[in-house]
Design a protein. Sequence first.
Lengths: 1000, 287
Amino acid sequence: MNTEVSLRDEQSCSLIGKRQARVEDEALLRGLGRYADDLAVPPGTLHAAIVRSPHAHARLKRVAIEAALGLPGVRGVLTGEDVKRWASPFAVGVRQPMEHWCLAVDKVRYVGEPVAVVIAEDRYLAEDALDAVKVEYEILPALVDPEAAAGDRETLLHDAVGDNVVNDRHFRYGDPEAAFRTADRTLSLKVRYPRSSCTPIECYVVVGQYDAAEGGYDVMANFQGPFAIHSVMARALQVPGNRLRLRTPADSGGSFGIKQGVFPYVVTMALAARKVGAPVKWVEDRLEHLQGASSATNRVTTIDAAFDGEGQVSALCFDQLDDCGAYLRAPEPATTYRMHGNLTGAYAIPHLAVRNRIVMTNKTPSGLNRGFGGPQVYFALERLMQRIAIELDLDPLEVIRRNLVPADAFPYRCAAGALLDSGDYAHGIELGVEHGGLAELRARRDAACREGRLYGIGYCVAVEPSISNMGYITMAMTPEERRRAGPKNGAVSTATISVDPLGGVSVHVSSTPQGQGHRTVVAQVVAEVLGIAIEAIRVDVELDTGKDAWSIASGNYSSRFAGAVAGAVHKAALKVRTRLAAIAAAQWRVEQDDVRFAEGRVFTLDGAHSASFHRLAGATHWAPGTLPESEAGGLRETAFWTPAELTAPDDDERINSSLCYGFIFDYCGVEIDAVTGQVRIDRYVTLHDAGRMLNPQLVDGQVRGAFAQAVGAALYEEFRYGEDGSFASGTLADYLIPTSVEVPEPVILHMETPSPFTPLGAKGVGEGNNMSTPVCIANAVADALGEGVDPGAIELPLTPSKVRTLLGIDEPARPEGVGEEPADAAAGGGSKLTASDSVEIPASPRQVFDSILDPATLQAIIPGCHALELTGENTYRADVTVGVGMIRARFDARVELSELDPPHALRLSGAGSSGMGNADGAARIRLSEIEGGHTRLDYDYEVTIGGKIASVGGRMLSSASKMIIGQIFSRLSQRVSGGRVRQPLLQRLLGRFGKGGGKS
Amino acid sequence: MKPCAFDYYRPQTRREAIDRLIESGDDARLVAGGQSLMAVLNMRLAQPRILIDVGAIDELRYIERRDDHLAIGAATTQAELLEYAALADELPLVAQALPWVGHFQTRNRGTVGGSIAHADPSAELPLCLATLGGEVVLETRRGKSRRVAGADFFQGVLTTARRPDELITEVRFPLKREGHAYRFREVAMRHGDFAIVALAADIGESEVRLGVGGVADRPVVRTLSLEGDLDDALNHLAWSLGAQDDVHASAAYRRHLVRELGRRLIVEAPTFEQQAVEESADARARR
């Protein structure tokens, strides 16, 4: 089909391949975009707010909604009970007894997991009612570290599975054992890849409706595909596919993969609409998005290489442990297998062993994210290639060169099954070295190093897979399981072109663009084939599963647009042109091949015949009687296209996991500030071979965007969790996305080796730098830091604190009596706060001890205590307003005195929760007599803070806790020594008359 | 991410604002540029029943040079202060620090008084005020006012000496002293982020006042002798701040920066001319 027409020969002025400004931009820049939240909703639409778990792991004891239902404007609350009645758990990609419902039904497994949905007349009222939904939790130990979770048999995320590792697969290709046995050298490297995400400006938006008459659902959501998930949603809603109409808006505020993760909310809001009998709209806010939307998987990889003294690698061994979070959400564990066929990268490495394990932890479920699986693989592989060079004292670029797939080997079948479609990698490196100025960069490094500055160069080569094979996901199953399940493969794309009675051309593609400029490229392709102006074409990118042509591979992911969707558009356009050419040929009595299309006209080359495009096309509507017999009239063509090369995995577990494989060669120079550890990217060069470029301007835009996000992943962004699973990156001041100031302009270079497998020779290009850049920067930082640094300790993001710590902080001793000994806890992110302090009290230890045990004193010394009620021996329930500055919340708290050792020691503990979060802490108090019969009170405390406040207030929690706890003991001192706790005058007067008793 | 319901007032005079504040008691919060409070309201970390917006009080928007200090009306925006033509001459430290306060856009709304009132431990303006030994002017009923020294005003995380019935009306920064050099340096993850460590120095002939922000629960200022062992003094200061680990930086890293950047700030302080060139280039780069 790729040989149907050779466009460049036929038409002098080719639109395909031209730099063409985006047709989308004017409307967007003028504020005329129509984003999901802007679209009109049906009259009577209600608004949802979601009750989310503040705990990482807990059993759900009770969800009490009565109080919420009584609040103004509240129309209903959807709970796990409703969900169990009307829906099913989502289908899971591995054969394990693990259930994931759209709302928690038995346990909560990550901070932010939806527990209930409040539906009210507006979002404000819905949020007002969130705190009134009372949820009782029985807190369970949380698992955060993937390696610890994989080894844990006591704490289980999914009890029925019996293990936190829910999938464990081994693969071998060639003879890796022999290769390792006979190799001159071997090398092993263990690396960790953190959790991060690509964070769009627009968060999730869903409007759900229930059609009681048909028993179906109609949902508008900014879902980006893949539409295989439509089946997952329909099955969860227990309806046939044609009873779940899913519609997506025309404009997107960005996705980068993450809008795939809106799908559980499609189901939730469909059920919410059913619950209240009205349409329900939900707009995700930033805190919800950061803590609960989705994330790239974090991965622990141990990678081994067998190689010779020249750096030629004969075998690789990957041991990958992927942390998919609390649930294995469709299409996971796709992150692990997206790269499977091309695990050997741009290298001709014949022997390969792989072990892939999927582990569950108490974190947000992972999902699609630009680069999907690529950054993790290349971080291990390209760090290892640098290590091999260092080990052999070779230039890293030389080691890369010696292992590349040779130019004459394409299409090249990789060990694990990828069929690398086209390329000339060695030539790419030559171009990159020459046009990117590597020689100059090396000179700069040498000069900097001579001056004692820390400057390094890093390299990376990568193949960038695009147009994924829907069958790769089944690699998580054994060949036997796959046989039973039936084959899955391919990547069907669709496009529909219709010509209206006035000759207007409309194109529909099921590609749900998320800002890339699909409408521009589609118009370019159609304009070129039909010989009409780009402006005359309208491209419709909304998708309505009830009306449009679509298939499971529809949607926006795996960089499939240029290769697959534009290809289908081309095919549909050719169908239209072929029909019109036949009509013209019949009318003019000429050969069909002599009919040409250009500049809005249809004509013959000899100039004998000519008609306007709209007149000829209009005839299919106005005068079907004039058409040749083969013509049925009307003009609308739909093309489906799937590549033959995307076959199902074979019995030897080989999988061509993608159709196209672009080539990337990156290098960069970085300088590290020796004092602050800040990393400055001096120059970044990125060369791409993405096959034929359909619009180089858009290609550059894709490269820049991916590069910016990769700079974020390399230097700034990480979702941080405390040891108890509390989430610590809940605002954009905690989760740091680079801005234009932080992102340097990369040097972008291109070469074009057309793909033989796509209709237009194009390959994907949108994700490459997400894969190559993080490791390229890491390699440069490693080079700058030098040999003294443990290679496994180079972990992203390379923050100033981390980099400076790697250089070694030679800290002078703490002067006697100044500050505190540093806590042992690992740096940062921990939600457990510990500290100690002391106060001197002008009273005897006995007096102090007795005072603490006196309820009136206790109430007086707890800051903001409105009421204290005895609930058992030395156990109280307290109503307390706690906070610092303007930040305040009212806590329902339990206070307990225990481990009493009068008058020497006791323990004061407390736990409480509020809409702001929860706190649980204890102070060990020791009393000793000092001079003058006074008391020295020493205390050590430990506080754990969770929920919203831990997610958004991280940098102040420690100081705030210290201040609040300090207040308890300074008030105690004042009270016991007869000094008064400050009281308003009125209360003091009332107190004197016995009316304000105990209040303070 | 929607605030609780509140009553909103936008008085035109300070008198009116103070009356409203006294009448509302503990239920009220003052808002100026809203660059911190609005986020806190939206996250419902604060749920005041009354919001009193001082943004329309023109009598609180002024910059006045007086004998020995620059008096800045509390509702003056940070952008207005940055545009004050004589800033680099009169308050070189503030001129260096202001570009680090948030971003271009936030400085157009954020006010000088608001930043002082909020008392974020990482904030630059409180650090400058404390380092320079400035004052905060507070006013309450019947025009009664008092002045509090910057060093006493900041009492902890988001906590100040302002009483609930007081309005900050003015902030006073002492003018540049002859023969003194002023230097500011900050390390943040990205430009405009909360400081991991911010350092402000007022360097005299024989001693230096060094202020540290972003580490303790408030700006901490020490006077260090230039004749003694500076490294020792800086190490003492670094350890005294009670640095903590957080998601962005370790406590040891913060202490390291206090010692190393502190020393560079003091010892390698360039001339004013060099500074001016460097800073204006910096400011341009950041825009």
